[in-house]
Design a protein around this ligand. Structure first.
Ligand code: DGP
Length: 117
């Protein structure tokens, strides 16, 4: 778990680390993943620092709802909605979470395999 002060995605939100904005509103921010795993790979994050889904609370319901709804709108904007796309929220060690600020991966633009590795 990281604190907001040393969180990479909080630094992106603060503009201290550059990112390519895809969508922004008062609750969430979306930008392109630096290491894309598919032709379209967007990260959608809450502006509030929440380390992972393990730390999300009932008071985060609105922002997490906005995260999910915005991901689908972004997929539509990016032209991947009709063919289909994947959401992933990696959580904890076994989930391969490397940045400890909740992020929704939106992946598409190619046929994705299942199950994930
Ligand atoms: P995860 O493994 O689920 O915690 O995914 C973290 C993602 O964050 C990973 O796909 C790469 C991405 N990422 C890491 N550092 C940066 C960065 O500085 N800029 C951007 N745009 N993405 C980053």
């Amino acid at each position: 778990m990281s604190e907001a002060s040393d969180c990479l995605f909080c630094k992106i939100l603060a503009g201290e680390i550059p990112s390519e904005t895809v969508y922004s509103d008062e609750l969430i921010y979306a930008f392109r993943d630096i290491n894309p795993q598919a032709p379209t790979h967007i990260l959608v994050i809450p502006r509030k620092h929440i380390s992972s889904m393990n730390e999300a609370a009932a008071e985060d319901e609105a922002v997490l709802g906005q995260l999910l709804l915005s991901g689908a709108r972004i997929a539509e904007q990016e032209g991947i909605a009709a063919d289909g796309f994947r959401y992933a929220i990696n959580t904890g060690e076994h989930g391969s979470q490397s940045v400890h600020h909740i992020h929704l991966h939106v992946l598409g633009g190619r046929q994705l395999g299942w199950p994930p590795g």
